[in-house]
Structure formats: C-alpha cells, structure tokens
Design a binder for this molecule. Structure first.
Ligand SMILES: [Zn+2]
Length: 449
C-alpha cells in the first residue's frame, strides 16, 4: 500500500481534512503546518502528563525552535474523563490566548480539543499518540455534559493530522491491539452493508466504501507487527482508523461504513457498564469479540443454500409490527434503556410485501452474492488467529464474558439499532434459530455448555 497515494485520494474527497501527515520522526513538520494554516496565531499544545512526555514536549520544542508563539495546557490528573470541568478550562485557555489547540494524545484529549475548537468556531491540529480507536477523525466528540451524562456532540473533524509512526508505535501494545480490533470490524460491517444494499434499505456509498474497504485487508495483514510495535504496521493501522472517520464524513455523517452488528455488542456492554475484574474493557477489545461473533455467523451463513428459501412460508411467518414491538419490549424489560428495542424495531420493521421482495432478491442472486460475501469476510478461525497474534482478545472469557452472555446479547443486538444486519436476514429468511444453533449449539465455536 502506498500511504502517500491513499492520502492524496483522501484529500480529494474530504472537505474537513486539509493535511494528513504520516511518517517516522515528523514532529518537526508541526511548525510549518501551523504557520501555513494559522498564520499569526498562537499554538496551545494540549496534552496530559503522559502524552506531554511522549510527544507534547517535542511539539512544543519544535514550535519554539521555529519561532512560533506557543503555550501549553497540560492535564495533570492521573486519570481523567472528558468531563465538563475540562471543557471549561479549555474554553478559558483558548479565549485567553486566542490560540489554536494542538491536541497531543489519545481519544479523550482529542475529543476535548475537537469540542473546544468547535465551540470557538475554530480548527485544531491532532497529533495522535495511540492507534487505539477510529474516533480521531470523526465529526463527533464524546463529552460528559454538565450533568455528567455522556453525550456525543456534533463537532468538526480535525483539519490537520500529524501521525508520527514512531510516536504511535511507542504506545503499549494492547492499545494498538484494541485499534486492530476496531479496524477489523470493517470486515463484517462491510458484508452487512452489502446485505442492506441488496435489501435496498441502505445503498452502498461508493466513496465511503472505497475509503473504508479498499486497503482494509492490507492494513490487517501484519498482526505480529501490531503486537511488536512495528512503526510501519502501526502507521497503516492508524491510517485505516483515520479513513474510517473520513468515510463517515464523505457519507454525510452516516456511520454505516464503519460499524454494524459487531459494534452493538460493544454498545450493549457500554450501556450495562460491563467490566472485567472490576476494570472497564476497551472499546476495541469489546468490538473484537463482537467481530469474532459476526465472523462465526458469516461462516454459518456461507454454508447455507438460500436458493432453497421458501419465500411464501417466510412471508407468511413474518410478524406484524405490534408482535415485533411486543417481542422487543419483553427482551429489553430489564435493560438500562428498556424502550430501545421497541424504538429501533419500529424504525426497522418492514411490511410483508417489502420482505417478500427482499427474500426473492436474495434467493435469486444467492450463488453470486454468497461468493461476494465470501470474498468480503474472514473466516472465524482466521480472524481469531489474527487477533491472537495482534494481542486482541480471542474468546469472550478474555474480556470477562461467557459464551452464554454473547448468546444472550445477540437477541438484543438484532433489535437495538434500525440498521439492517445479518441477523435481520436470518429473521426474514426464517433461519435465526438455526444460525444461533450453529454458533452457540453443540460443536459451535461459541458453544454454550
Ligand atoms: Zn469502533
């Protein structure tokens, strides 16, 4: 993969991104970029105690050396969340200095900077220190509002990203492994998008597809390099994560190109405050287990012959909206957000005539469509091996769950977002129970004992 070529393509399609700098030892590019895009302004190097040492101090030094006026804002707390008190502190420093933030850090620092810049109708420079999530380039920031509730605020993506592969590769391996899990989720979410495209509910957006899928296999091809902190591998990993956010941007803020059912396992765990040995589990590790589950569903699906679907029988069995709402209400009765399933299935449910068209389509094109899906997905065993080598979790137990927990979550996952996923295909074509049995039954990869 030619990183520079990929970047050129990105800059052609992205409105928000003005510069994407990738390479080893490139912190000295910061002053030049700063004066080019923000002439006459003052830089505020924003970091925490750790990221200051990792790259903040170097950024500050480079700015000073080049004669760019600069100051610092460093969060000195050992542990911190994107709390409102920091939002207020950042507001103050931006206003006092009339400065441009250079966010040196991981997700929280980046989200606080993104939100701060947006509140001042300004831009910021992102200097990531870990390739752990795909949120850096997204146009949203996860912030705890004044009441302490986690809110995803609409903001603007960073206009300039300086991704120094040596900095990224110096992060602890398990953070990069989490990023690897998050990136790998684009494998099955892509396959589920193909199903939604076939069903006519969410057509594939060619530019967003191209950004998130064209180089995906290559970016996942060196799990050992992720585990060993190989700068080139981590650079490719970060590029993949950055492209995810840009894919969302070019598809008008739609996250369809980067997430589907595999991320809903993570949503479930987030909403139920899942912990492992009392500690929260990273986004990427939760997604990795969701991704493996989806790989197993696709393995089972690809063994099936959907040319044999009895369309009349399936349409006959298709439940009414009220029946689906009742089912969702029962399943979600003890869930922290008990109305979620009801609301989402109300958006997702389609009448019998539409389901008939979808089933006829899938039945007619199954031989070719199956091969397309086969080319898109990675078999469970192969994905599990990639995760093992990268240092990402390979079984539910590794994140404090049982196979039975994953089975239970799956019924929620099918209902908790309006977006069409592989489980909806299974529901429509009446093989949901069979699919569950193949994965969670005797001899299945997540066998419930
Ligand atoms: Zn994610």
């Amino acid at each position: 993969m030619d990183t520079q070529k990929v970047i050129e393509e990105v800059l052609k399609v992205s409105f928000a991104t003005k510069a994407l700098e990738f390479g080893a030892d490139i912190m000295d590019r910061i002053p030049g970029l700063f004066t080019k895009f923000f002439p006459g302004r003052k830089a505020i190097v924003f970091a925490d105690k750790i990221t200051w040492k990792v790259a903040g101090e170097r950024a500050f030094y480079e700015l000073a050396k080049a004669g760019v006026p600069a100051t610092t804002f460093i969060i000195t707390d050992d542990r911190f969340h994107p709390d409102w008190k920091y939002v207020e502190m950042i507001d103050k420093v931006i206003e006092q200095e009339n400065g441009i933030l250079i966010a040196v850090g991981s997700g929280v620092i980046n989200d606080l900077a993104k939100f701060g810049a947006f509140r001042h109708n300004d831009q910021y420079i992102c200097v990531p220190t870990v390739a752990s999530v795909d949120g850096y380039t997204s146009a949203t920031a996860a912030i705890n509002d004044e009441r302490g509730a986690k809110v995803s605020f609409k903001c603007k993506s960073p206009s300039i990203i300086v991704a120094d592969s040596k900095v990224l590769a110096s992060a602890p391996w398990f953070l990069s492994a989490a990023g690897y899990g998050d990136l790998a989720s684009k494998v099955t979410s892509g396959a589920e998008w193909m199903i939604a495209d076939l069903f006519g509910t969410e057509p594939i957006h060619p530019a967003a597809w191209s950004l998130t899928q064209d180089h995906l296999r290559e970016m996942l091809s060196d799990p050992d390099g992720v585990r060993n902190g190989n700068p080139e591998t981590i650079e490719a990993l970060f590029l993949g994560l950055a492209l995810a956010g840009i894919g969302i941007e070019v598809s008008g803020g739609d996250t369809r190109c980067v997430s589907c059912a595999e991320h809903l396992y993570n949503h479930y765990m987030d909403m139920t405050h899942h912990t492992n040995n009392g500690r929260p589990v990273s986004h990427g590790f939760q997604v990795a287990i969701g991704e493996l589950t989806l790989c197993a569903f696709f393995d089972a699906l690809l063994e099936m012959d959907l040319t044999k679907i009895d369309v009349d029988k399936c349409v006959e069995a298709w439940p009414s909206l009220e029946e689906e709402q009742d089912r969702a209400t029962k399943i979600f009765a003890d869930f922290p957000v008990p109305t979620l399933g009801y609301e989402e299935i109300t958006k997702k449910w389609q009448p019998k005539e539409e389901v008939r068209v979808q089933l006829e389509k899938v039945k007619a094109c199954w031989p070719e469509f199956r091969e397309k899906l086969r080319a898109q997905v990675i078999p469970f065993k192969e994905m599990q091996d990639l995760f093992r080598r990268a240092g990402a979790p390979t079984t539910p137990e590794e994140i404090g769950l049982t196979n039975a927990d994953i089975r239970k979550m799956t019924d929620f996952v099918q209902l908790m977002r309006w977006r069409i996923n592989v489980l909806d295909l299974a529901k429509r074509a009446c093989f949901y129970d069979e699919l569950m049995d193949k994965v969670f039954g005797k001899g299945g990869v997540w066998e419930v004992k």
